[in-house]
Design a binder for this molecule. Structure first.
Ligand code: PLP
Length: 286
């Protein structure tokens, strides 16, 4: 089926959608993005995603070409047009197409931002990786220092993912100064003696929308949470490990750099948090 996508004010078949070769998203990764999951045709934690989007835009002094209400309407329209029951919506806002290629940002009054949205269908609730768990390798974290801004500079995460794939793993955990920052496209956690340990928020990591919800639900379920850095060696000795992301919810990690975590089977806390997450987030899905 040819999807309908949204490009700079128009709904178009994906085969007819075009962006300028001068768009700064294309030339310089001068763009921010969000991925919101969809369950039962409804958006999960849309408010969380728009709040982070507005922060990313403001940190980069970038203007949004649409209001957040218009953005919600576009998301909904695409879900309906593409008949999405389970999957997600990808949104990207760029600093627009200036003249030629310039390191100086164009005046937002003169050059409007670019905007692209598309949907994808993907089973989220019945996931094989949830049942089996994932294997990760560690890779040095060589990304830029503002990882709290969700930009489309994804070459390094893509490089890390390729290293994981070549090692027969599905994910990479990024390590800086001896400590895990986060996963290549998710936040990373370990569990020891019933306490969840995950790196504290700073510009070292993306402030995951799922992370915020999962930590809230963990505290409500009286599970202790410690926000601090941890090493790969500590993770390998943990009782459990897992990752969180908007489309993966919480996924168990069963192996890190070839070492099994506990007995190598998915741990109970990641599973329980996933159940709570889905149940609670469906209540506020729109
Ligand atoms: N960390 C990184 C580097 C990511 O790319 C992502 C998601 O894309 C996350 C964490 C998880 O964030 P969220 O839960 O908002 O999807």
């Amino acid at each position: 089926m040819t999807r309908t996508v949204y490009v700079n004010g128009e709904y178009l078949p994906e085969t007819e959608a075009k962006v300028s070769i001068f768009d700064r998203g294309f030339l310089m990764a001068d763009a921010v993005y969000e991925v919101t999951s969809v369950i039962g045709g409804k958006l999960i934690d849309f408010a969380g995603h728009t709040a982070r989007l507005e922060r990313s835009l403001s940190e980069l002094e970038m203007a949004s070409p649409v209001t957040m209400d218009e953005l919600l309407a576009i998301h909904r329209e695409l879900i309906v047009k593409n008949n999405i029951d389970e999957g997600g919506v990808y949104l990207q806002i760029t600093r627009g197409a200036g003249s030629d290629r310039d390191f100086v940002w164009p005046d937002p009054e003169e050059v409007p931002g670019g905007i692209v949205l598309f949907t994808f269908a993907k089973p989220l609730l019945n996931s094989k990786t949830m049942d089996e768990g994932i294997k990760v390798i560690s890779v040095e974290d060589l990304r830029w220092g503002r990882r709290d801004i969700k930009t489309t500079q994804l070459l390094y995460p893509s490089f890390a993912k390729m290293q994981a794939k070549r090692a027969g793993c599905s994910d990479a955990w990024l390590v800086e100064d001896g400590f895990v920052t986060e996963g290549y496209a998710n936040n990373a956690y370990i569990v020891k003696d019933g306490t969840i340990i995950t790196r504290q928020l700073s510009s070292d990591i993306l402030h995951g929308i799922t992370r915020a919800a999962i930590l809230r639900f963990a505290e409500e379920a009286q599970i202790k949470v410690e926000e601090r850095p941890f090493t790969i060696a500590e993770a390998q000795e943990a009782d459990e490990a897992f990752v969180t992301s908007a489309t993966g919810f919480s996924q168990p990690v069963i192996e890190i750099d070839g070492e099994m975590i506990a007995d190598g089977t998915p741990g109970p806390i990641a599973k329980r948090l996933r159940e709570i997450y889905v149940e609670e987030m469906l209540k506020t899905a729109i």
